[in-house]
Ligand binder design. Structure first.
Ligand code: SAM
Length: 179
């Protein structure tokens, strides 16, 4: 079970980024996003996409993210450019994920040092500065070894029919009928 915790949302500046952390967590196989403090304002958008395109995916909020990290009963992974290279630790983390729940923490602004200390793994997706969305996407894809790409969704209201050119969105019953 994988929970993504979004820390440090700055109102105004981080609205779309936080939404995209939630949507990326959902699309790439996490079970839940936990939005801390001001990031909670983005919950409705992520819930709305889940209602339309399917689940299961939980959106939860917390006012005590530090406590969540500190008390998490499982393995804590903190994505940070200062961490150990993902290619060196991904195998260990996959092993931990088979045994225990995983909490994946991504920041926005400076992440409190307690998170670095509590984390079982501080993981860099390269040691170059980039984005929480990019690092989360690469991390989840390495965690699931690509299996998340073919995932089936439950109870969607609409389904995209992949095509080389053009856009087609249909009622799920039409997909099952082969229409
Ligand atoms: N300067 C901030 C700091 O020192 O924590 C980080 C800002 S960065 C825009 C926001 C988030 O993106 C970070 O908290 C981290 O989760 C993620 N991130 C950025 N680059 C990363 C990298 N190379 N590897 C892993 N995560 C990264």
């Amino acid at each position: 079970e994988v929970t993504v915790l979004r820390l440090g949302h700055r109102p105004g500046r981080d609205e779309r980024i936080t939404t995209h952390v939630g949507l990326t967590a959902r699309a790439l196989g996490a079970d839940r996003v936990l939005l801390a403090g001001a990031a909670s304002s983005r919950a409705d958008t992520v819930v709305d996409i889940t209602d339309r395109f399917g689940g299961p995916f939980d959106v939860e909020t917390t006012d005590e993210p530090k406590r969540v990290v500190r008390d998490f009963d499982g393995t804590v992974v903190h994505l940070t450019m200062y961490g150990e290279p993902i290619q060196d630790v991904e195998r260990d983390i996959r092993g931990a994920h088979e045994r225990d729940p995983l909490l994946v923490v991504v920041g926005a602004e400076k992440v409190p040092f307690e998170v670095y200390e509590r984390a079982d793994y501080n993981v860099g997706v390269t040691n170059q500065p980039h984005s929480e969305i990019a690092s989360l996407a690469v991390f989840l894809d390495r965690l699931y070894e690509g299996d998340e790409l073919g995932r089936e969704w439950e109870d969607p209201e609409q389904v995209v029919v992949p095509m080389a050119t053009g856009k087609k969105v249909v009622d799920p019953e039409d997909v099952e009928d082969g229409a």
